[in-house]
Design a binder for this molecule. Structure first.
Ligand code: ADP
Ligand code: GLC
Length: 489
């Protein structure tokens, strides 16, 4: 099979610019297009959440979906993204047409029928591969995260003439989110009873959709080489390290990329001024505009730290709260854009009240503001406890905001610490600390201030960071090589 005819269906719950709650959407919004540029026929399958339906008003019906999983059925729609990537949408209103976010209701409670809702996603992907839904048939089904975990299971359990209809790749974006549901949901999925088993999707007496993906796919990938190693051990294995060790031969890490068309400070329409590594002047204007718009004191000299993050345990933001006094005493400012756990929100709110003009908190999800923060800040803080890949450190580097990160997962694979030797070698691109300890975080903040006190050095590191390219063509090619192997195996 030639690469130009390689038909691959990405199966996921989110896709920028239609719907985004985190980095998964950025990846699904960029990787298929990058693969198309390399000659593959990559397409996307999404659930028909309201934002996705509204973002694709011209979508046309290509097949009927008969009643299943407790819903009356609906239609499979087809449309294209603004970048030309074909996209299929499962229009089953009973399952997907709800207010709230894709996974939980307006009060934050996960929907009780989530197993059946996301069964649609896996099942439609497998049906498409079997040629049951319209003329286009993928040779590879690439399922992302637990939401799509049943796709490999349905493919494995409905072979045609003894063969699976398509090769399958399952990508772990975050092993901590597993799609675990009561065993009573199993019968509704329509899988053979034997799959409710230790070697299948049974997980401590319940069903796990991520385990379905991991157990039945042909290849497992995760979004950085370091995380691929970390999840083989109990500390980061989230109870699945045993299975992952068993499947280690088919597991690999492929680092995410940056969509350099969406994230380009020289042309970004979200920014009040533009800049690049060779012409950084516009960054100072972005900083002043950000300070002014958020009620911070407009001060070109104050080192401006930024956080753009889901506010969850994973992101390690208790270190930012715990280190904030020290950080601010050294003259800096802090802006936080995040939403999530109420206790973290309350912590940053209290900090903003304690330091008016020096700390700003913006809650909610705001794509435009996120771009402005990377452009306006000097440092972006990502002290994660674990981080499968992380995109904000790469966005920060491209926008001249040096990342301050813990050495874990994709953060370890992308940021080079400003140690004396790395500075001398001109490889430094940020500040990296080892242990999840307040003292280590505080010391990294101290290093940021120390480097900033030598402006020529700061500018050199920033220039180097801005010139690093984490584009998608490399990772897109690595996935294609994996598919090619499966398609010819
Ligand atoms: P994760 O997927 O674990 O949340 P990533 O770093 O991979 O972490 O991706 C997060 C994505 O979500 C980035 O595009 C980041 O800019 C964006 N993001 C996170 N929180 C917000 C927010 N409150 N408003 C706007 N964008 C956000
Ligand atoms: C997950 C991870 C994050 C990763 C993103 C995209 O949400 O938490 O580290 O960058 O997926 O792969």
């Amino acid at each position: 099979m030639s690469q130009s005819s390689l038909r691959v269906l990405h199966v996921a719950a989110e896709c920028h610019p239609l719907l985004k709650t985190g980095g998964l959407a950025d990846v699904v919004g960029a990787l298929p297009h990058a693969q198309r540029l390399l000659g593959a026929d990559a397409r996307i399958l999404l659930p028909g959440f309201p934002a996705i339906r509204q973002g694709l008003p011209d979508a046309q019906s290509v097949a009927a979906l008969l009643p299943r999983f407790g819903s009356a059925g609906g239609k499979l729609l087809a449309s294209t993204l603004p970048d030309g990537t074909p996209v299929y949408v499962i229009d089953v209103p009973e399952a997907f047409d709800r207010s709230g976010n894709p996974y939980a209701d307006a009060a934050g409670q996960p929907y009780a029928d989530n197993a059946r809702r996301f069964a649609w996603l896996g099942w439609v992907a497998a049906q498409m591969a079997q040629g049951e839904l319209g003329p286009w048939q993928p040779a590879i089904v690439h399922a992302h995260d637990w939401h799509a975990g049943l796709a490999p299971a349905y493919l494995a359990h409905t072979p045609i003439k003894g063969k699976r209809a398509a090769g399958s790749v399952f990508t772990i974006h975050n092993l901590a989110y597993q799609g675990v549901f009561p065993a009573s949901e199993f019968a509704a999925l329509g899988l053979p009873p034997a799959s409710f088993h230790l070697e299948g999707l049974e997980f401590y007496g319940q069903i796990s959709l991520i385990k379905a993906g991991l157990a039945y796919c042909d290849r497992i990938t995760t979004v950085s080489p370091s995380y691929a190693r970390e999840i083989l051990h109990a500390e980061h294995g989230c109870g699945l390290d045993g299975l992952l060790r068993k499947r280690e031969a088919v597991l690999s890490g492929i680092l995410n990329g940056v969509d350099e068309t969406q994230w380009d400070p020289a042309h970004d329409p979200c920014l009040p001024a533009h800049f690049d590594a060779a012409h950084p002047a516009g960054k100072a204007r972005c900083k002043a505009a950000l300070q002014e718009s958020l009620g911070l004191t407009v001060d070109a000299d104050a080192l401006l730290f930024g956080v753009v993050s889901r506010l969850t345990e994973q992101k390690g933001l208790t270190l930012v709260l715990g280190g904030a006094d020290k950080l601010l005493q050294q003259g800096g400012q802090l802006v936080v854009l995040g939403n999530g756990e109420p206790t973290l929100e309350a912590g940053f709110l209290a900090l903003a009240a304690q330091y008016p003009g020096r700390v700003a908190l913006c809650t909610g999800f705001d794509e435009v503001l996120s771009h402005r923060i990377f452009a306006g800040c000097e440092v972006v803080l990502i002290p994660s406890r674990f981080e499968p890949c992380g995109l904000t450190q790469m966005y920060g580097m491209r926008y001249g905001a040096l990342p301050l990160v813990r050495r874990t997962g994709g953060l370890a694979d992308t940021v080079v610490d400003c140690s004396i030797e790395n500075l001398a070698d001109e490889t430094a691109s940020g500040f990296v600390f080892e242990r999840f300890e307040q003292a280590d975080f505080d010391a990294a903040v101290r290093r940021a201030y120390t480097l900033h006190a030598t402006p020529a050095r700061w500018r050199a590191v920033r220039r180097h960071a801005m010139n690093l390219h984490f584009g998608w063509s490399g990772p897109a090619g690595r996935y294609l090589a994996l598919y090619q192997y499966l398609a010819t195996a």
